[in-house]
Design a protein around this ligand. Structure first.
Ligand code: HEC
Ligand code: HEC
Length: 203
């Protein structure tokens, strides 16, 4: 290979790397345009008013794009999101991530008679359970549940029924995560309910 050829090859490489980094960095304004189809379920600004659909506003940067990629590849399965994510490019995912991570999540509140249940959840969130070998959730999700970018998602303010469904899915292995599967496995259905309730009202 002569010098000119090496130069051309390395130039092509430089462009490829450059194109890749452009695709990685999202454009929040483009993301807002693309979010119109998402709003039907995830609400305006990602604050879903319906407990069945997760809030995606204020998520840690990087997490939404990563989950969309998992829905697209089939690593995370959901009949609705699998189909929708299949149509998204890497750039779409990065733009949607940039938009939603800049939105403010709305607060949720619990009633006085849910207070005791939430307190039991708080104990596990803050201290884990030595008896069951469960680590404190705040170790990775942060003391206020606001997450640590890009891999540890925000949990605070999420609808309790969604958090409960996800923890049950991690427990049964229906949702695959080498980190969350062994953490959720020893939790009882009641502990999961308590955690989900506590997390919903965290802000
Ligand atoms: C028809 C309803 C519907 C529409 C439209 C929709 N979603 Fe979803 N989305 C869901 C449901 C249901 C789930 C929960 C899936 C599960 O249980 O794993 C979900 C989950 C997600 C998650 C995972 C959240 C988390 O905390 O892990 C992300 C991210 C997401 N959706 C982004 C989007 C984006 C971006 C769009 C628009 C391109 C979109 N969704 C459109 C119903 C919808
Ligand atoms: C060692 C770090 C670690 C600890 C400790 C931890 N988590 Fe997680 N958690 C993660 C990671 C990483 C993910 C993302 C999994 C994925 O990529 O799908 C996650 C995801 C989640 C999700 C899904 C969020 C969403 O929006 O999809 C919930 C709910 C959750 N964790 C709850 C908990 C609870 C409750 C505890 C404590 C009992 C806990 N986690 C402890 C690392 C941790």
């Amino acid at each position: 290979m002569n010098v000119a050829k090496i130069f051309m090859v390395s130039l092509a490489f430089a462009f490829a790397i450059n194109a890749n980094s452009v695709a990685q960095s999202g454009d929040a304004e483009a993301g807002e345009q693309k979010s119109i189809t998402c709003a039907a379920c995830h609400g305006a600004n990602g604050n879903s008013p319906i407990a069945q659909f997760p809030k995606i506003a204020g998520q840690v940067p990087g997490y939404i794009a990563a989950q969309l990629a998992k829905f697209k590849s089939g690593e995370r399965t959901d009949p609705i999101m699998g189909g929708l994510a299949g149509a998204l490019s890497e750039q779409d995912m990065a733009d949607l991530d940039a938009y939603y991570s800049r939105q403010q999540i709305s607060d949720l509140f619990i009633t006085a008679d849910q207070e005791q249940q939430a307190r039991a959840g708080e104990a596990i969130f803050r201290g884990g359970s030595a008896e069951f070998g469960v680590p404190a959730c705040m170790g990775c999700h942060g003391p206020s549940g606001s997450g640590i970018p890009p891999n540890f998602p925000r949990l605070a303010g999420q609808h309790a029924s969604y958090t409960e469904t996800q923890l049950l899915a991690f427990k049964s292995g229906r949702r695959n995560s080498p980190i969350m599967n062994p953490i959720a496995f020893p939790l009882s259905a009641q502990q999961i309910k308590q955690l989900a309730l506590y997390i919903s009202a965290l802000h």
